[in-house]
Design a protein around this ligand. Structure first.
Ligand code: ASP
Length: 446
């Protein structure tokens, strides 16, 4: 597997020609190589290295400038706004083209089934891993930390209702309103329906499909442009964050931080092993090709904001067919949150340990089930996992104000869990791609 071209012009030309020609999408299904050949080395830093440099410089600036580093925040905010600007139209065009190019509804159901299996399996492993670690390490046992008597937290962190706040919102009342509010699940639902109807219309649906494919290619080109400012955006976000938070808050929570980090690291290792053994990919090369997405996830702590970058990395650099990426990624970025799942399990048991509640096995099973719901329900935005934590705490009658214990270090952990969430999406896409390749070579019905 090669590294990808960093030349936006070259990439967009490729993307446009791929997207404009449905048959080229078909050809890519069996193509294990990424679409772009490695560029000749011209001595310039690659985009990934520039983003990594941005991370290092940002952290250093945060320490050097202290609170003054907050003046840099608007640069980071502009970067996030640029990404957010593209999310709704990109998801809509990607899901329409993704579903329409599947060819038939049987295939749509098959892909959906495999994606669901991936979410459930990896979520189960992530929570089990978190629960085992937190029970072994016991980071909260004997801790001098006290829950702040902040009753406003009870009002602020209201457990979302899974039926009213998540399930019902999948079906948009008004698609234009959903687009305006970037309600991702509703956009996916409408886009999938429109894609399926264009597929059913056959030849009559082609003119509109071509327009949507062209729109998708144009949006991808914008994403590539936005990526050129990613190093500055990530640098500014981190400088402001480090300058604002400092390090004092971290000391009493070091054991908790370490438990979450070890959990996330183990889960990433597991994902990478599955990528190599089942996905038959060279893990290093694959991770390198999606590294701009991982770095953006780290900088923004938002898998939704990172979605355009992840999509671009998968299609342009990692050799994932637009068909699989378009269908899998938008849904995955919303519901597949392995890092959040690890964190929910560790944080809930940690809070119980600090307040001196010994959780029974049944209560830990309740934590397992609610942590799964909380991670699925957490949208890909900063601190979403902290908000949905209320579901888990309420289910086992722990005080929601316990969130105040972990609040001061949440952003740092959020950055790492968002990276894990995005890695889970990327590995899932590779596995789905591989299984579809097998299907296309005659094992499964086309
Ligand atoms: N920030 C995470 C994400 O965007 C969600 C979370 O808070 O865990 O994926």
């Amino acid at each position: 597997m090669n590294t990808a071209s960093e030349d936006p012009t070259e990439l967009s030309a490729q993307a446009l020609s791929n997207e404009m020609n449905t048959s080229s999408i078909e050809q890519q299904e069996g193509n294990k190589e990424p679409p772009n050949p490695a560029p000749p080395h011209d001595g310039r830093l690659t985009l990934t290295n520039r983003i990594l440099l941005g991370i290092v410089v940002g952290i250093a600036l945060g320490f050097a400038l202290g609170e003054k580093a907050v003046v840099l925040k608007p640069i980071g905010d502009i970067f996030i706004r640029l990404l957010k600007m593209i999310i709704a139209p990109l998801i809509l065009s990607a899901i329409i083209t993704g579903v329409a190019s599947l060819g038939n509804l049987v295939r749509l159901g098959r892909l959906g089934g495999k994606a669901l299996l991936w979410y459930v399996c990896t979520g189960t492993l992530a929570i089990t891993n978190g629960l085992i670690l937190v029970n072994l390490i016991r980071p909260g046992a004997g801790s001098p930390l006290k829950i702040l008597g902040d009753t406003t937290l009870e009002q602020k962190y209201v457990a979302p209702n899974l039926v009213n706040d998540v399930l019902l919102k999948i079906v948009p009342e008004n698609i234009f309103q959903s687009l305006a509010n970037a309600e991702v699940l509703a956009i996916i639902f409408f886009g999938a329906l429109l894609g399926a109807s264009l597929m059913a219309l056959g030849k009559d649906g082609e003119p509109l499909l071509k327009v949507v494919q062209c729109l998708n290619a144009a949006l991808m080109k914008i994403v590539m442009w936005i990526m050129q400012v990613a190093p500055f955006g990530v640098c500014a976000l981190l400088a402001a964050l480090v300058g604002e938070t400092g390090t004092q808050a971290f000391l009493p929570l070091l054991k908790y931080i370490a438990t979450v980090m070890v959990g996330l690291a183990l889960h990433c290792l597991l994902l990478i092993t599955v990528l190599a053994l089942v996905g038959k990919r060279n893990p290093l090369a694959y991770v390198r090709s999606v590294s701009p997405a991982l770095a953006t996830a780290f900088g923004t702590a938002s898998s939704s904001a990172t979605l355009p970058v992840t999509y671009e990395c998968l299609v342009e650099k990692a050799g994932i067919s637009p068909r699989v990426a378009s269908f899998f990624l938008p849904i995955s970025a919303m519901v597949n949150s392995d890092g959040t799942a690890v964190y929910e399990a560790v944080a809930a048991v940690f809070i119980a340990q600090v307040v001196g509640v010994e959780l029974s096995l049944t209560q830990q099973v309740v934590i397992f089930i609610t942590a799964m719901a909380a991670s699925i329900g957490a949208p890909g935005i900063p601190s979403a996992g902290l908000v949905t934590m209320a579901i888990v705490l309420k289910a086992v009658r722990l005080p929601v104000a316990g969130i105040s214990l972990i609040l001061p270090v949440d952003r740092l952990l959020d950055q790492f869990r968002t990276m894990t969430n995005v890695l889970g999406d990327c590995v899932g896409a590779a596995l789905l791609e591989r299984s579809e390749e097998k299907g296309d070579s005659g094992v499964m019905e086309r």
